[in-house]
Design a protein around this ligand. Structure first.
Ligand code: EPZ
Length: 431
């Protein structure tokens, strides 16, 4: 397996263009199952996760073509006919979001058999809300032998779906399924993440009638059929925040382009509170930090527009060098501090109790071999390595490859001393 080696201490100087959002791209790809016409996605990130979903979609009958368009990578997905409505365990296990093909398969063919995804490194992550939403839309759901068997022989029917708490995946799943349902669906307590708005925009371009995406109440008037469309994947707010934090950690001045500041406002406010300079621009931002120690910060993760759980590990890395004690509360996932013991191998002082981590800033980190446990945890170790004295090697890099496109290239273009060490063997586990 590959490893990433970082020699810390180099300040970052330069520009990084942000890619399309992984967490949007994979749901948009699933939307292609809803039409027999081509869906062209531009600003597509090329990642392990988009490849996983491409492989699953091919199994279901989709033609997946990766092309280089005038503005960068595109993927064209055409599902003339669904040739199989079965998503097997070996493919869903590799990436949980594959589960979101269930709704589109059901909406288009009236039946589906999709493996349950199971737990993962950051928590149990059940799919009960997804299933309740589909049942509300009239699906008959049976679970056996690790699979969901879903049927809606007379099609799905619009309904009121009130989520007891915010779920990004379940909101997206409800949108995908309700787009072709008969009549009106109203989703209450919907997630408001930019990826939800992106999915609704794409579905509307395909002929759906969705209003209110990005607010807690979304209305979907079902249509008989959807058509092909061209849609640009929204900027990756987590990649944006990660490079903003990398620049703050290493020091220097980095300009992030092809992205939006409003997507990461809760992060930028916390970075400013810590003493990082942020200049907001029309197409992104400039992050500056010059030498001085940062102030500690208190933060709690929350659904959008709150502080993103997917940036919590990276922010913790930054706070390991603050001048005082920071408090970080994780409220979205029950087991998302796996990076803490790895950061401690670099000299950080972190005490975790339940959903709260207290980070006592130290004057310096020292390079060491560390191990990635999930996607965002692994990139927090890379960020910490940028500021640690000596060499840090991060193993299990396949986690990083799931969600960060050309990470070493983007960071080394700004002066980071980072390289990939190619290794033997494949992936040992998955997120
Ligand atoms: C999405 O996961 C993202 N993944 C996650 O990013 C992100 O951390 C998360 O949203 C929160 O922002 C993708 O978009 C592919 P949820 P999702 O449903 O949709 C519980 C990354 O690193 N829950 O909003 O799975 C759940 O266990 C990944 O890119 C239920 O109990 O998250 C969690 O505690 C990691 N039952 C909470 O809700 C359900 O049916 C929020 O999860 C569904 C969720």
């Amino acid at each position: 397996m590959d490893r990433i080696a970082i020699t810390g201490g180099a300040r970052l100087q330069g520009e990084i263009a942000i890619s399309g959002a992984k967490n949007s791209a994979i749901k948009l790809m699933a939307a292609s199952l809803l039409t027999d016409e081509p869906l062209r996605l531009t600003n597509m990130p090329r990642l392990a996760d988009t490849r996983f979903l491409g492989a699953l979609l091919r199994r279901l009958g989709t033609e997946v073509e990766e092309v280089n368009g005038p503005d960068g990578p595109q993927t064209v997905l055409t599902t003339g006919e669904i040739t199989s409505a079965i998503a097997p365990y070996d493919l869903v296990r590799q990436m949980r979001a594959s589960f979101n093909v269930l709704g589109p398969l059901l909406a288009r063919t009236g039946q589906a058999k999709v493996s349950l995804p199971g737990g993962c490194a950051i928590g149990a992550r059940p799919v009960d809300l997804h299933l309740k939403a589909l049942e509300a839309l009239g699906a008959q759901i049976d679970l056996h032998e690790g699979y969901v068997y879903a049927q809606a022989p007379r099609g799905l029917k619009g309904a009121q779906i009130d989520f007891p708490f915010v779920s990004v995946g379940a909101t997206e799943h409800a949108l995908l399924a309700a787009a072709l349902a008969r009549g009106e669906t109203v989703i209450g307590n919907a997630a408001c993440e930019p990826e939800i708005v992106d999915l609704a925009d794409c579905l509307n371009a395909m002929g759906a009638r969705i209003e209110g995406a990005g607010t807690p109440v979304v209305r979907i008037l079902g249509v008989d059929r959807l058509k092909g469309a061209t849609h640009a994947v929204v900027a990756d707010r987590i990649e944006t925040g990660t490079y903003a934090l990398a620049a703050a950690m290493a020091g220097g001045e980095v300009r992030l382009t092809n992205t939006r500041t409003d997507f990461v406002e809760s992060l930028l406010t916390k970075m400013e509170e810590a003493g990082v300079e942020v200049e907001r621009r029309a197409d992104g931002m400039v992050i500056r930090r010059n030498g001085h120690r940062l102030a500690p910060v208190e933060l709690t993760t929350d659904p959008y527009p709150g502080f993103a759980t997917d940036l919590q590990a990276q922010f913790m890395a930054l706070m390991t060098l603050a001048d005082g004690e920071s408090v970080i509360r994780e409220t979205i996932f029950e087991n998302r501090f796996m990076h803490a013991p790895e950061l401690m191998r670099l000299g950080a002082e972190v005490a975790v109790a339940g959903g709260e981590a207290r980070v006592k800033g130290v004057e310096r980190l020292t390079g060491a071999p560390v191990m990635a446990t999930d996607l965002r945890a692994s990139v927090s170790l890379v960020i910490a390595g940028l500021a640690a004295q000596g060499e840090t090697t991060v193993s299990r890099v396949y986690h990083l490859d799931r969600g960060f496109e050309r990470l070493e290239e983007k960071l080394s273009a700004c002066g980071a001393q980072i390289r990939r060490i190619r290794g033997e063997g494949g992936q040992e586990d998955e997120e």
